[in-house]
Design a protein around this ligand. Structure first.
Ligand code: AMP
Length: 114
């Protein structure tokens, strides 16, 4: 698997503004925020994208998704709400091949997305 910028952030080789960390995930603020709160959540066990999820266990993906919700709660977004986005592949405009949940909040978001 190709080494990505998120592998380097996880290894603390390059800096990031960490929002949350536990045994399973690392969450850090997006360098180019698209909302007042824009945090990326990556699993410590690397997966390149959502399309690999069918090869994972329900426990692995369940743990990851529960952690995404925990991070949103930790960011105090439960009351007003937020959006979770996964970009997958070329049409999804995925630019980093390390799966990451975008948590976007802090304002009313438009729908549909572009
Ligand atoms: P995606 O287009 O879904 O692959 O999202 C990748 C996200 O990573 C983009 O929103 C970028 O702004 C963000 N990003 C890229 N490099 C960094 C970095 N060094 N620290 C934090 N976020 C980053």
């Amino acid at each position: 698997m190709e080494d990505t910028i998120f592998d380097k952030i996880l290894r603390k080789e390059i800096p990031a503004k960490i929002a949350y960390e536990d045994d399973d995930v690392l969450a850090f603020h997006d360098i180019d925020p698209q909302a007042p709160v824009h945090v990326l959540v990556i699993p410590k066990k690397k997966r390149t994208g959502v399309k690999t999820f069918p090869r994972a266990s329900a426990e692995e993906i369940g743990t990851y998704m529960i952690a995404v919700a925990k991070v949103a709660s930790h960011l105090d977004l439960d009351t007003d709400g937020y959006r979770v986005v996964f970009n997958q592949g070329r049409n999804g405009q995925q630019s980093v091949d390390y799966v990451h949940a975008h948590i976007l909040g802090g304002r009313t978001l438009k729908w549909p997305p572009g």
